[in-house]
Design a protein around this ligand. Structure first.
Ligand code: SF4
Ligand code: SF4
Length: 312
């Protein structure tokens, strides 16, 4: 029995912000995007697929093309699926503008909204707008989450204080930034890293992502977009085809069944001088996963063991 699927569509790399930690290297100048007709085909394909229950939209910033975004959400929810969105909240310019956007999100049936805001976003989106967004969220029926990426020097605690009472009743998630995308420039000493022995090296789970670089990825974890761990190019096959590729990929099967520790152990024995073997600490399992997936030489040498472990 297959499980219900949640699928992501990263519509565009264009964004009003240029955050220093952005895992997808978005900016006002980045023109990478899925074409409208590609997105329409993906959405219709997902609606027709029996296992897809939820479609998540993000970018870049999906609300830069608000009308188009609202039409997509409406199409998904009219078909009986759940739609979610991640945004930076730039549109909450005034309390009135924020309330009006939430009314529109309610009308098209959005199930949940995640607002990304932290010390990395703050130079581009004034804190007042996020207060407007959270205050409007409290009066709407759209559950809203505040997502904060943090490093040691940019821990966002002052921003949380500034947001004050607007965060009451809001789910706030603080997660450690990773060195990926634009964030490759973040100094390693600024990251919240833990010794590998103290980390859970298990994969948090797969989710097919149609990305604005025209590739399809097996998960939405930030470092994955820096790897060539893809399921293929958008349009190469339909969603069922990508789902089968995900199910039949031996590497991903070992990641899921045995965790990243399986790879680290073997690569340490095989190539003690490699980056993976010398890795003593990491931000997360996904951090380790990105390093493993980039070690083509070791993965090539382990090919037979990987195939055997995938079916064990
Ligand atoms: S982190 Fe989000 S808001 Fe910042 S540049 Fe990237 S997509 Fe835009
Ligand atoms: S462990 Fe790897 S495959 Fe799993 S979510 Fe993280 S990056 Fe993706």
């Amino acid at each position: 029995m297959r499980q219900a699927q949640s699928v992501g569509i990263n519509l565009t790399a264009k964004c009003n912000a240029t955050c220093a930690h952005c895992c997808v290297e978005s900016s006002p100048r980045n023109a990478a995007a899925l074409e409208d007709d590609q997105v329409d085909r993906i959405v219709e394909d997902l609606i027709a697929h029996p296992d897809v229950r939820e479609v998540g939209f993000t970018g870049g910033e999906p609300l830069l093309r608000r009308e188009r975004f609202l039409r997509l959400v409406r199409r998904v929810t009219d078909a009986g699926l759940t739609a979610t969105c991640v945004t930076n909240g730039f549109w909450a310019i005034t309390p009135k503008a924020a309330a009006s956007t939430f009314r529109e999100l309610e009308e098209v049936g959005l199930s949940s909204l995640t607002v990304s805001f932290d010390d990395f976003h703050a130079p581009f989106v004034p804190v007042k707008r996020i207060r407007n967004a959270l205050d409007a969220a409290a009066r709407s029926s759209v559950p809203t989450i505040l997502n904060m990426a943090v490093s040691r020097s940019q821990d966002s605690m002052d921003l949380l204080r500034e947001l004050g009472e607007s965060t009451l009743g809001v789910r706030v998630t603080r997660f450690p930034v990773q060195q990926c995308g634009t964030g490759r420039a973040i100094p390693v000493e600024d990251l919240f890293r833990k010794p590998l022995e103290e980390l859970s090296l298990h994969c948090p789970g797969f989710e097919v992502i149609y990305h604005h670089d025209q590739k399809v990825y097996p998960c939405c974890s930030p470092p994955i977009f820096d790897t060539d761990m893809t399921l293929g190019e958008v349009g190469e096959t339909d969603h069922e085809g990508f789902t089968r590729r995900l199910e039949r990929n031996a590497l991903l099967a070992v990641v899921q069944r045995h965790g990243l520790g399986w790879f680290v152990e073997r690569i340490r024995a095989l190539a003690p001088e490699s980056e993976v073997a010398r890795m003593e600490s990491a931000v997360s399992a996904c951090d380790v996963c990105a390093a493993v997936m980039s070690d083509h030489e070791s993965l090539g040498a382990l090919r037979h063991e990987i195939v055997a472990a995938a079916t064990a």
